[in-house]
Design a protein around this ligand. Structure first.
Ligand SMILES: [Zn+2]
Length: 58
């Protein structure tokens, strides 16, 4: 099995532990927060499409 790598910094990811929250699949809690922040900012920059604004060719 390939060693999991942190998608943020490329270091070996933290091991996954049963019954415990770890930073997996990131290397550390810090990288996990970085990814979370990135994901949130992406969702904010994507223009929200309101279905009610789309008229159906009337
Ligand atoms: Zn990392």
């Amino acid at each position: 099995m390939p060693e999991p790598r942190c998608p943020i910094c490329g270091k070996p990811a933290a091991p996954r532990e049963k019954g415990r929250k770890t930073a997996h699949p990131f290397c550390s809690e810090r990288c996990r927060q970085v990814d979370l922040g990135r994901w949130l900012s992406e969702t904010y920059t994507v223009p929200a499409v309101d279905p009610e604004d789309q008229e159906e060719g009337r």
